[in-house]
Write a protein that binds this ligand. Structure first.
Ligand SMILES: Cc1cc2nc3c(=O)[nH]c(=O)nc-3n(C[C@H](O)[C@H](O)[C@H](O)COP(=O)(O)OP(=O)(O)OC[C@H]3O[C@@H](n4cnc5c(N)ncnc54)[C@H](O)[C@@H]3O)c2cc1C
Length: 515
């Protein structure tokens, strides 16, 4: 590798969602940090989060919060991870408030909490129905002020730089290979060669790498996620033998607005049709109708106007009830009625949902809206421990791209922003600790005793980016299928759950992980 031409940094963070940004915020200011994002910085799911973020309100709520998370996860969660997430929640929220994040408050100034499906108590903080945008934009503002952090947009990680240790015999990560736009700062300074779609290959060498690459919705036809989130980190990890866990655990959100892209008309619950007021909001993403709409009283109806399920069950249960109803009726969606939610709450708490529905031709204060399940969240991912460490030395992962065991087989609503933040901070703190120890010996990146630099030249597969994209998609989807089949044939073991004393699968499965 022409290391004279690579960008050298102490820590490279791949991803600028909540996980990437909060990790940067928690790394010490004597480290040089480089963040890259595949699209522009706001093109990430963190900006899309609507409902809110959980926080342990007080000690009295601990058992119930723990049990709700475990129950939603079918008791396949890692109890230590759940415990860590819950116990760290107040600190994380304090940090967010300290950088100006504005959560809804009661008249007396205290924090206001809402409730979502499968939560026994109100423990979710929110900002209107754009909580993710509020949190992520404040994190971005804070990180942009840090002189030791550089952010590069439209830069795509396509591989890891790995080295094999003479002493330990295993490999460690020393940065990333990426593609950058031709006339960008990175390409001008560090571009090694062209890809066949006109970009430049760039090497970023680092002591530590944090993968914060988000979900995998871009691999599916119908998803609430940004289409650029295609699980690149998972494909790259699989190629390097880095362990994944439960890649087949994918959450379908029960309620996204049903949109017939082929028609200029919309059909209403009473059977009438009207012209769609605007096509401006039609994107590749399925528009989410937050869980908290059901939490605040929204009910699901079949075409005959009858309720067919308990709307506050965990997401996977509600999704399968909807699929069942759609199959029974031969319909493409069911209906969500907000008739029990006061009109001013719909207009204020659910302002953006209300406005989006209006733009698509539905007035949620007056009529049910059509909803259908869509791919939404990835519970599986790159296997990490309580500190975000992957199975490769010097490589960390945080946020939706990792599997730390918090969610088990199904995520409890509003736990993912929190989990992303908790693991981002834990990774940053461990890197700080490890780095401090190393500094005693050397401050030069990649100075390990190595026998084999695996990236000695430009690999042909980096140049043909279209084939790389297609192959990466195949690699991830076939791993998902492989693990799905495995799980269908191997039911989880029965354990005694720690908090109820009941028999149930409890804890991460002792599965063979993908590698
Ligand atoms: C519509 C919607 C509503 C949601 N509502 C809630 C909610 O109310 N509460 C809650 O807790 N959670 C919610 N979630 C889930 C939550 O938003 C995500 O789990 C969380 O934001 C993930 O954060 P992240 O930092 O891991 O990933 P993201 O915010 O998605 O960021 C991923 C980053 O990785 C970058 N990236 C990916 N691949 C590459 C690559 N190859 N090279 C370079 N960069 C790359 C992207 O550019 C992006 O910057 C919602 C999700 C969606 C889609």
């Amino acid at each position: 590798m022409n290391s004279a031409k690579s960008l050298k940094t102490d820590v490279v963070i791949v991803g600028s969602g909540v996980a990437g940004l909060y990790a940067a915020m928690n790394l010490p200011d004597n480290l040089n940090i480089t963040i890259i994002s595949k699209g522009n910085v706001t093109e990430c799911d963190s900006y899309l989060a609507q409902g809110g973020i959980c926080m342990l309100r007080d000690d009295a709520d601990y058992d119930s919060y723990f049990e709700d998370t475990m129950r939603a996860g079918h008791y396949e969660n890692d109890p230590d991870s759940v415990d860590q997430m819950i116990r760290q929640s107040q600190d994380v929220i304090k940090d967010l408030i300290s950088i100006g994040t504005d959560f809804e408050r009661n008249a007396d100034g205290s924090l206001d909490f809402t409730k979502e499906g499968a939560h026994s108590n109100k423990r979710i903080l929110f900002h209107e129905d754009i909580t993710g945008q509020e949190i992520t934009s404040k994190l971005l503002e804070a990180v942009k002020k840090l002189p030791n952090v550089s952010i590069y947009e439209n830069v795509t990680m396509i591989d890891l730089i790995t080295k094999k240790s003479n002493i330990l015999g295993d490999s460690s990560c020393h940065g990333v290979v990426c593609t950058a736009l031709p006339e960008s700062e990175l390409s001008d300074k560090y571009g090694i060669c062209d890809t066949n779609d006109g970009k430049k290959i760039v090497f970023i060498e680092s002591f530590y790498t944090i993968l914060a690459c988000g979900g995998i919705g871009g691999l599916f036809d119908h998803s609430t996620n940004y289409p650029i989130l295609t699980g690149d980190a998972l494909a790259i990890c699989l190629k390097h033998g880095i362990k994944l866990e439960n890649p087949d655990y994918i959450q379908i959100h029960p309620t996204t607005l049903y949109t017939d892209h082929s028609s200029l008309y919309v059909e209403h619950f009473d059977g009438s049709k009207s012209l769609r007021p605007s096509t401006d909001l039609l994107t590749d993403r399925a528009f989410l109708i937050s869980e908290s709409v059901r939490g605040e009283g929204g009910i699901l109806l079949g075409s005959n106007g009858e309720r067919f399920t308990d709307e506050l069950q965990p997401r996977d249960v509600v999704s399968s009830a909807i699929f069942h109803q759609m199959k029974k009726e031969g319909s493409k969606h069911v209906w969500l009625s907000m008739e029990h939610i006061p009109e001013d709450e719909i207009r204020n708490h659910f302002k953006h949902i209300y406005e989006h529905c209006l733009e698509e031709g539905y007035d949620a204060t007056k009529e049910p809206i059509p909803v259908v399940p869509a791919q939404h969240y990835f519970m599986g991912g790159i296997k990490v421990d309580l500190n975000g460490q992957t199975s490769m030395r010097h490589l960390f992962a945080a946020g939706e791209t990792c599997c730390n065991g918090v969610h088990g087989r199904n995520r409890l609503a509003s736990n993912s922003l929190l989990e992303s933040l908790v693991w981002a901070k834990k990774s940053a703190l461990l890197i700080k600790e490890k780095y401090d120890k190393r500094v005693v010996f050397s401050h030069i990146p990649c100075s390990e005793n190595v026998s084999d630099v695996s990236l000695t030249q430009v690999a042909p597969e980096w140049i043909d980016t279209m084939t790389l994209k297609v192959n990466n998609k195949k690699i991830v989807l076939s791993e998902i299928e492989r693990m799905k089949e495995y799980h269908e044939n191997h039911k989880p073991k029965q354990y005694i759950t720690s908090c109820t004393g009941n028999y149930a699968p409890s804890g991460r499965r002792p599965d063979p992980v993908s590698a």
